[in-house]
Every structure is written in structure tokens, then in C-alpha cells.
Design a protein around this ligand. Sequence first.
Ligand code: NAI
Ligand code: PYL
Ligand code: MG
Length: 259
Amino acid sequence: MALLTPDDLININKQLQEADSAVRRVTGLDIKGICKALYGTSQSSEKVGIVPVTSGNGIIGNFSASLHAITQYFGFDSFVTDSPDVSGYYEAVRNGAEIILMADDHTFLAHNLNNGKIANNQPCTGMIYAEIASRHQKADSKDVLVIGLGKVGFPGAAHFVHKGFRVYGYDADETLLKRTVSNLGIIPFDFETPKKFSIIFEATPCANTVPEAVLSENCVLSTPGIPCAISEELQKKYNVQLVTEPLGIGTASMLYSVL
Ligand code: NAI
Ligand code: PYL
Ligand code: MG
């Protein structure tokens, strides 16, 4: 799994505010509004305990602090435990946490101790970025392009299919692409015979995966992928409505899915 770096998370509040503005421009709703529409849930000031985890590659600088800022931004009462791991989990529960947020190198979870609901960051991220793109007010058709069909991209593609969009998909892993075509009934996208899209979703750990040939004026590029899927030059040339942010949008999706 591609891990965040402390640099990805610098000034998370500014990144979140900029992403929220982009979401409002594209959809007319803010991130909170998208979460409510997606899950039909709303907050009742649940207390969130954030537990640092030292396993694998260990604690990522800025990660817990970013989750603290993100949960506060979305109006949750939250705290980061002093201890990590099992001691931190115990500390969180003893201090009244109703929802636990914690991540090792493979799984980032949200667990609501009151109702038992549990969420995984990867599908929650795919679904919310797809939901945002699906609500593009300037979309000119129901055709969408999905690049990257992994742990985030596949749930995103499935969400577009569920919402009745015609999904063209591509993944560098041919076996995965074939499996997704057969499981979801999506259309394998051939870059040799490109077409323009007004809705593009990308979830890969590579830069510049979205070629100029698929961009249309004012198209939305909704991408959790890190690093960014297009150059600043192309973004400006086509006035691409870029929705991207390293952690907060996916975390909001997790929290609203367990309320
Ligand atoms: P994954 O490894 O499960 O899936 C990535 C997929 O991209 C793979 O199937 C791979 O074959 C494909 N791929 C790689 N290079 C490609 C290329 N040049 N063209 C087309 N396909 C290509 O990874 P996962 O968990 O789905 O994460 C995807 C990205 O999203 C990572 O960069 C990860 O860090 C990021 N991420 C961001 C979050 C956020 O909130 N912004 C949350 C979770 C993940
Ligand atoms: C959830 C992020 C989004 C992209 N990649 C995922 C990642 O970096 N996961 C690892 C998170 C590890 C956190 C570390 C800590 O600081 O508690 N165990
Ligand atoms: Mg995010």
C-alpha cells in the first residue's frame, strides 16, 4: 500500500479548505453535504479517539495530528491518545471515545463502539471521490473514465456503475482490468482510440496518468491518487476542476459511514 509521507500532510487545514471549495464548485454541496447524501447519516457530536499505531513502518509524522485537525474541521469532538497501539486503544475507550480511528500500513479503520459499525478507508475513499465526480453540475454525459482499479479505484468504479453511469476503465495491471470488466461490466478503455470525458476519476500511485486526449473543457478530475494525475499546465489549459486531498475527504467518508 502506498504510504503517506509527512510532507503530503503539511497544512492539512488549508488543503481541506481548498478541496471543500473545489467540491462546492463542482457539485453545489460541501464535503459534509456529500457525506450526508452518500450515507443518509448526520452527526450527534460523537467523540472520536485517534490511536497512533507503531507497527510496520511505524508512526507517520503529521498523521495523527492531521486526523485530529480533520475530525475537528468536520465538527467532531476528538483527541489523540498519549499512548500508541493497545495501550492507546485502552486509553481511548477509558476517555470516552465512541468512534476509534487508527491505521497500520495496510488498513485505516473507523469503528463505532456504540453501534458496532466499522469502515475501511480504501472503499470509503473510492466511493466519496466517485460520488463527488458523479455530481459534476457541468457534466455533458453519463460517460466516466476510471484510471486505477485497485483497493480505492474498484469501489469507486462500482459506485459509478451503481449510480447508472457508463464506466470506461483502465488499469496498468491487465489481469485486474479483465477481472473488473467481467465483475462490473465496465468498458476497457483503449488509449489508442481516446475520447473526451467530462468526468474522470483516478486512483493510482503514479503521476501524470491522465493524458491530454481525454480532457474536455471544465471536466472534473476527482482523484485521491498521490502524486497528482495531471500536470498544472494541463489543469490550466482545460480549466480542469481538480478535486484532490491526501486524507481528509476519505476520513470524512469513513466517519459518516459509521454514524
Ligand atoms: P492499489 O495499489 O490497490 O491500486 C492502485 C492501482 O493503480 C493498481 O491496480 C495499479 O495496477 C494501478 N496503476 C499503477 N500505475 C498505473 C498507471 N500508470 N496507469 C494505470 N493504472 C496504474 O492502491 P490503492 O490503495 O487503491 O491506492 C491508490 C492511490 O490512492 C495511492 O496513491 C494511495 O496512496 C492513494 N490513497 C489516497 C487516499 C486519500 O484520501 N487521498 C486514501 C487512500 C489511498
Ligand atoms: C490512509 C492513507 C491514505 C494513503 N495511504 C494511507 C497510508 O498512508 N496508510 C498508512 C498509515 C499509517 C499510520 C501510522 C500512524 O501514524 O499511526 N501507523
Ligand atoms: Mg482524501
